[in-house]
Structures are given as structure tokens and as C-alpha cells.
Ligand binder design. Structure first.
Ligand code: COA
Length: 258
């Protein structure tokens, strides 16, 4: 099983555990994470959710083999696909979501952080949104939220050039709360999650809703619009070249495209 879930001391943990593939997220893993988030929302004994990865790798993003063999549907189908159900479950999660970014956070590994509540990053982590270099476009409302957080010019480095950035920059631009030594990030994030055991859950729930509500419609709209273009681009010759290059362990060649 590549998603491990557990509930301990009021904290529902979702651990991404597929280290042999650098924690790449498959359709089944999105399903499992969506289910765990819904279950956490509904479980009165859960006060917070903790998402973690493996030492050195948070997630390498969507499984590229799945991009080729099981791409999300287009049009109205796309809303039902597991990745969109995961996005929706994270947006709808009533409990605070705390993240320990244990290492590289690629693609949705970075964009999911935009929708979590408290984010702690390993000092060895690298964040990157390499969508354009894969012939794709930003997802999970990152085309909306990243420019809002850091301004258009910095966002263009991350979203158009696909430049990686480190944990200090993630904190400086407001994606993350703090940088921790790699060996301490999970324990720290868990301690923060456990603090919700001492807080009144109804007030926490309503405060979280209030913080998210003003942007919710715009975020959902961005996810829908990006999703339509993303799904179409997954089938584009540019993306196919990028995926083939990844599996052939070579640099992609986009010189023939206009
Ligand atoms: N999807 C599918 N398989 C992936 C993957 C992904 N996103 N990321 C890594 N893997 C697989 C590799 O194909 C390799 O499989 P193999 O052992 O069968 O050849 C294995 O995981 C180890 O990856 P490798 O690239 O050899 O490790 P590395 O330490 O050299 O590099 C990464 C690690 C994460 C930097 C690199 O794997 C990477 O760039 N992955 C793709 C990230 C990406 O573009 N994701 C999509 C975002 S939209």
C-alpha cells in the first residue's frame, strides 16, 4: 500500500509511502488520500490531519506513467477523476491540515501545500512546479495562488521556467511556516497538529472556513479552467515528447514545435 493512514492522539496521518518510485502519486493513491481526508472530516475524534512523505522525498508528483496510461478525463469527466477528487477533498477538509515536507516536493507536491493550513519544510527540501517543461500547465489553482503569493515576476520563474526553490524561499513567500532539520520535520509537524487537541474544534472549524471562504469560488474556478487545459495538454505532442524523454532518461527536445 503506498498511502499509509493512521489515527493517533487526535491526529489522522496520511503518509505517502512509495519510495521506490520517489513517492509518485498514482490514481489509487489519490483515491486513498481523498478517502482519508473525507474520513478525517467526518470523524469527531480527529482534531487535525498530518500529511508526510519519506525521508528525502515528499512526492515526485503525479505518476508520469499514469499521465500516459490513465489521464484524467476531459470536460465533465475530469471532475470525477481521482486527482480532482483529491483536490476537492483537500479544499473541503474541515480539519486543519498540517504538512511535513520531508524532501523534494514536485508538481502537486508543491501545489497541494497552497491549500493546507500549516506547512513545515525540511532544510533539504526542494520545491518545483515543472508543468510547462512537461508540456503541461499549472494545476490546483497554482496559476492563481502562486502569483498572488509572490507577484507575477517571481511566479513566472517558478511556473514558466520551472525553477526549483528552497525551503527558505517557501517560508519567505508564505507557502510554508518554518524550515526544520530533515530529521525533525515530521516530529515538529506532529507536535503542531497535536496542539489542536487543546483547542475548541468548532471554533477551529469555523475559523478555517472563514479564512478560506473569500477565495473559494475563485480557487474552484481556476482548478476547473486549468484542469480542462491540463487534460487536453496531456495528450499533446509536446507532453508526449516530455514523457518519453523522462522514461528514456534523456532531455526532451521541443525544437520541432511552434
Ligand atoms: N512518475 C513515475 N515514476 C517516477 C516519478 C514520477 N513522477 N518520479 C520518479 N519516478 C521513478 C523513476 O522513473 C525511477 O523508476 P525506475 O527505478 O523504475 O527507473 C524511480 O522513480 C527513481 O527515480 P529517479 O529519477 O531514478 O531518481 P532520482 O533521485 O535520480 O530523481 C526525481 C528523483 C524525483 C528528481 C526524478 O525522479 C524526477 O524528476 N521525477 C519526475 C518528477 C516530475 O516531473 N513529476 C511530474 C510533476 S507534474
Amino acid at each position: 500500500m503506498s498511502i499509509r493512514t493512521a489515527i493517533l492522539d487526535g491526529v489522522a496521518t496520511i503518509e505517502i509511502a512509495r519510495p521506490e518510485k520517489k513517492n509518485a502519486l498514482t490514481v489509487a493513491m489519490y483515491e486513498a488520500m481523498a478517502e482519508a481526508l473525507h474520513a478525517a472530516s467526518a470523524d469527531g475524534a480527529v482534531r487535525a490531519v498530518l500529511i508526510t512523505g519519506q525521508p528525502g522525498i515528499f512526492t515526485s508528483g503525479n505518476d508520469i506513467e499514469d499521465f500516459v496510461s490513465r489521464p484524467p478525463g476531459q470536460g465533465s469527466d475530469s471532475a470525477d477523476s481521482p486527482v480532482f477528487r483529491f483536490m476537492r477533498a483537500l479544499l473541503d477538509c474541515e480539519k486543519p491540515v498540517v504538512v511535513a515536507v520531508t524532501g523534494a516536493a514536485i508538481g502537486i507536491g508543491t501545489t497541494m501545500l497552497l491549500h493546507c493550513d500549516l506547512v513545515y519544510v525540511s532544510d533539504e527540501a526542494r520545491l518545483v512546479m515543472p508543468f510547462v517543461g512537461l508540456g503541461l500547465v499549472p494545476e490546483f489553482a497554482s496559476s492563481l495562488v502562486v502569483p498572488q503569493l509572490m507577484g507575477h515576476a517571481k511566479a513566472a520563474e517558478k511556473l514558466l521556467l520551472g525553477d526549483p526553490f528552497g525551503p527558505d524561499e517557501a517560508v519567505a513567500c508564505g507557502i510554508a511556516n518554518a524550515v526544520l532539520p530533515a530529521g525533525e520535520v515530521v516530529a515538529h509537524a506532529r507536535r503542531v497538529a497535536e496542539r489542536f487537541n487543546a483547542l475548541p474544534p468548532g471554533a477551529v472549524r469555523e475559523a478555517k472556513q472563514l479564512m478560506r471562504a473569500p477565495h473559494r469560488e475563485a480557487v474552484l474556478k481556476a482548478i476547473r479552467t486549468e484542469g480542462e487545459i491540463f487534460s487536453r495538454r496531456l495528450r499533446s505532442p509536446e507532453a508526449i515528447e516530455a514523457f518519453q524523454a523522462f522514461f528514456q532518461k534523456r532531455r526532451p527536445d521541443f525544437s520541432r514545435f511552434q
